[in-house]
Design a protein around this ligand. Structure first.
Ligand code: IPD
Ligand code: CA
Length: 268
């Protein structure tokens, strides 16, 4: 990639370092699958450990920045404007079940705006990065969203609500949305990691992605990846407060409108 800022270098270094350990942890989870106790406690430990490595590395390089993290929550920094938004393992259920599809997600927010984002899948060594105004990259290769124009040719990713996530009306609403998109698209995937779903939209693998009930650390980095790859990202009702509402639709510019409208029509 062209010129990479010092800050992005710091993010990549932290992710690589945490990735070495996380990869080892994943290998152990795979072994634990067969034990009766299961890997749940071990995974919580891996989550916390990964977050700590990321926090230590980032803090060492940028001591004044604040943090918003999935495990440890909020930490205000001396620099009131900038904070890191971190998900140490996005795709925890996959990790627990020995499915190699998860990532760490790091975003840098400056005065409420995401200015740098990184999504790193350590197993497949996929490093997705973006900086505001500088484009999005996968392992040094510039990314563009897909150029498919028709819903009928489009592959979409989503997240399916599950036990403990969303009440019954939420589940019914989602089934209607999925029914509507099934009827007009080339297919729907539920891979289980929102940050990677967004990274895949940026890479043109999926034409679009929608989900509700997400947390800022699931999507902060991915939003910038999609935008810097030429895609559009809004809430499902068209607003711009994805980090606050957890509602998101991200897609290439041709199908973003049709996807959003189909979801809204399905909701009635
Ligand atoms: C989850 C993943 C999943 C999405 C869930 C998230 P976690 O994050 O991003 O794809 O559908 O809503 O909670 O729990 O694996 O970090
Ligand atoms: Ca997550």
């Amino acid at each position: 990639m062209a010129l990479r800022s010092a800050t992005l270098n710091v993010m990549m270094k932290a992710a690589r370092q945490a990735g070495v350990r996380l990869k080892r942890d994943y290998g152990e989870v795979d072994q634990l699958q067969v034990s009766r106790k299961g890997p749940a406690d071990f995974v919580t430990a891996a989550d916390t450990r990964t977050e700590k490595i990321l926090k230590n590395e980032l803090q060492r390089a940028r001591p004044d920045f604040g943090f918003l993290m999935e495990e440890a929550g909020h930490a205000v920094g001396k620099d009131g404007a900038r904070r890191w938004i971190i998900d140490p393992i996005d795709g925890t259920s996959n990790f627990v079940h020995g499915i190699a599809h998860f990532a760490m997600s790091i975003a840098l927010e400056d005065q409420g705006e995401i200015v740098a984002g990184l999504v790193f899948d350590p197993i497949n060594e996929l490093m997705f990065v973006a900086e505001k105004g500088q484009g999005a990259y996968l392992n040094e290769r510039r990314l563009r969203v897909s150029s498919r124009l028709r819903m009928a040719d489009s592959l979409f990713a989503t997240g399916i609500p599950f036990l403990g996530r969303g009440e019954a009306p939420d589940h019914e609403r989602f089934l209607k949305e999925m029914g509507a998109i099934m009827a007009v698209s080339a297919g729907i995937r539920r891979f289980g990691s929102a940050s990677l779903d967004l990274a895949y939209v940026a890479a043109g693998r999926f034409e679009g992605f929608w989900e509700t009930g997400l947390q800022p650390w699931d999507i902060a980095a991915g939003i910038l990846l999609v935008r810097e790859a030429g895609g559009l990202v809004t809430e499902i009702d068209g607003g711009a407060k994805m980090l606050q509402s957890g509602s998101i639709v991200a897609a290439n510019p041709a199908v973003h409108g049709p996807l959003r409208e189909a979801i809204l029509r399905a909701r009635g």
